[in-house]
Design a protein. Structure first.
Length: 194
């Protein structure tokens, strides 16, 4: 069962990575990196953040340090959330290839270790972990941010789904308007206590 669980989690992680990269396909530079929430959440920033997440969790946690310098919690820039947005000096390609390098490092760790391999996460309240715990954590974190990316991309150009390709079976604008209207009506009714 351990091998089945490891393969299942790893395949899900690979899927969500590809899905997240699909969210920046076809966007201009501005839309790929512009802040779309009050807190500055943006598509390329989510990818940059997840690269750091994978590099750190599948690196130092298992004594397999990532070969590139990673920002630390006590770095001045970390407090400024520099790992959550992309500077004008960083290209989209820099961010995407950085994420892909982090994948390769993470994949090598996952493939080299059994699912019960011990690790140590010093910033967690219970720092002694297994590869299983970290795989679940990183998959959860990646899915959480992929959900954010879904909403950001929909805000930008209406594209929805894991693939940005539009098919003829997708609802059209009038279908979405009718669906949204139905939800709005239910919310208003519930909110009025009727």
């Amino acid at each position: 069962m351990d091998d089945v669980a490891k393969v299942y989690l790893h395949e899900d992680l690979r899927w969500v990575r590809r899905s997240l990269l699909g969210k920046v396909e076809g966007l201009c530079e501005y839309d790929a990196r512009r802040p779309l929430t009050r807190t500055g959440t943006n598509l390329l920033g989510l990818i940059k953040h997840l690269a750091l997440c994978e590099a750190r969790y599948f690196g130092e946690v298992f004594g397999r340090p990532y070969p590139e310098r990673l920002p630390r919690f006590d770095d001045p820039g970390f407090a400024n959330r520099e790992h959550l947005w992309v500077t004008e000096q960083e290209s989209r390609d820099d961010v995407i290839t950085g994420y892909e390098r982090a994948w390769r490092h993470a994949d090598a760790t996952i493939e080299a270790l059994p699912i019960g391999a011990p690790g140590y996460v010093p910033w967690w309240p219970q720092p002694d972990v297994m590869l299983f715990n970290v795989m679940v954590h990183v998959l959860t974190e990646s899915n959480r941010h992929a959900g954010h990316a879904d909403i950001l991309r929909e805000q930008l150009d209406g594209a929805v789904g894991a693939s940005m390709a539009t098919t003829t079976s997708e609802p059209d604008e009038s279908d979405w308007a009718a669906h949204r209207s139905k939800i709005e009506k239910a919310a208003r009714t519930a909110g009025s206590g009727i």
